[in-house]
Design a protein around this ligand. Structure first.
Ligand SMILES: [Zn+2]
Length: 370
């Protein structure tokens, strides 16, 4: 199933990808494979650290699972991959190719609750008995989803889109069926929590959790303090900008959170950045600066749209912004991403006092008086 039609994904809605050609690529085998549209190889990155690509549908193609050999035996993982039989085979074959097996896994760190990171965790736990750790903000959401049925989740998202200005028919059509939603609600609930600054219990390693909300409320990066490696999850990727969207269950100002989280990791000067998608790279700060500039540019573009079309809803404003393809072609999940990303920018612009809301159940937006 393509990620463009599924509820939880990671790539922004397709325009202004903040693409850049000048990051210092260290994952050259990953980058070469990308250009050939092939899956990259399993790679040994350090004597006791490997990356294992786990395939997924959609434009990102794979998630990189990181496997650590632990002092005293066994393996630790960062992330698990998109839930599918193909993904499971890639993960278990990958572990076999490094001389291990899924039954050797002792602990799993999950960067965030999206299906390409958490999806396979329940199979890993079943096969190994490993503990699984996340930030409490994402853990709470996953636990809540586990108790819900698909129809309730669909109804909540439909009402949320209506509150952003969608017509009911458009909202219902875009959100899709409860059956499609259901599998994304049934993910493994973590049995350990990691707060900002906590060091994960993986013997031989010193992986410190760095809370980086924005892409999700509980997104974690991991700074490895002995090697100077930085595992960035989806927070900082070398080519695309991660999806930053408002949602019914999210925080009030996710883009403010995200920009703050970019500032959190700036200046930490890691030896190398190991992201969950695309390829490894160096010079975290310059990529952080590009992503920050990209959102500031987008905020300016949105303010101009509000000036030209005062009294618009986020649903309407999305149509006035520039996208990578004609707006009329956006539908279903892609349109939801576009509108909720627009709304994330609306909320930050309002927070900065540049636009004001009409209030009410379906707010419209106008430039603030200066
Ligand atoms: Zn992802």
């Amino acid at each position: 199933m393509a990620s463009g039609t599924t509820p939880w994904s990671q790539q922004s809605a397709g325009r202004w990808l903040a693409e850049c050609g000048d990051v210092d690529v260290t994952g050259t085998a990953q980058h070469e494979a990308w250009q050939r549209k092939a899956l990259p190889p399993v790679e040994r990155l350090r004597p006791d650290l490997w990356s294992i690509p786990v395939p997924m549908g959609g434009p990102l193609r794979y998630v990189s699972v990181y496997a650590f050999a632990l002092d005293g035996g066994g393996l630790g993982l960062i992330d698990t991959g998109w839930e599918s039989d193909e993904g499971w085979t890639a993960l278990t074959d990958g572990l076999a190719s490094i001389g291990g097996g899924v039954e050797d896994v002792r602990g799993v760190l999950v960067t965030h609750l999206h299906f390409d990171h958490l999806g396979l965790a329940h199979r890993v736990r079943e096969a190994s008995g490993a503990w699984m750790a996340m930030h409490p903000a994402d853990a709470r959401l996953v636990a809540g989803w586990n108790r819900r049925d698909g129809a309730a989740a669909v109804a909540e998202e439909v009402e949320f889109l209506i509150s952003l200005g969608a017509g009911r028919d458009d909202a219902v059509a875009d959100v899709g069926t409860a059956e499609n939603f259901e599998r994304f609600l049934r993910m493994a609930v973590p049995d350990r929590l990691l707060e900002h600054g906590d060091v994960a219990e993986l013997p031989g390693w010193s992986l410190r959790a760095v809370h980086t909300p924005g892409h999700t409320p509980g997104h974690l990066c991991f700074a490895e303090e002995r090697t100077g490696l930085f595992f960035s999850g989806d927070h900082v990727l070398p080519r695309i900008s991660p999806n930053i969207s408002s949602s019914a269950s999210g925080t009030p100002d996710p883009l403010k959170d995200y920009l703050g989280s970019l500032a959190t990791v700036r200046g930490t000067d890691p030896v190398e950045v190991l992201p969950a998608h695309e390829w490894r790279f160096r010079d975290l700060d310059s990529r952080v600066d590009e992503l920050t500039a990209h959102h500031e540019h987008r905020l300016d573009e949105l303010e101009a749209a509000v000036r030209a079309h005062p009294g618009s809803t986020p649903w309407e404003l999305a149509a006035y912004l520039t996208w990578s393809r004609p707006w009329e072609q956006y539908e279903r999940r892609m349109r939801i991403f576009a509108v909720t990303e627009t709304d994330a920018h609306v909320r930050l612009l309002a927070g900065r006092g540049r636009i004001v809301s009409s209030g009410g159940a379906v707010a419209t937006w106008t430039l603030a008086a200066r």
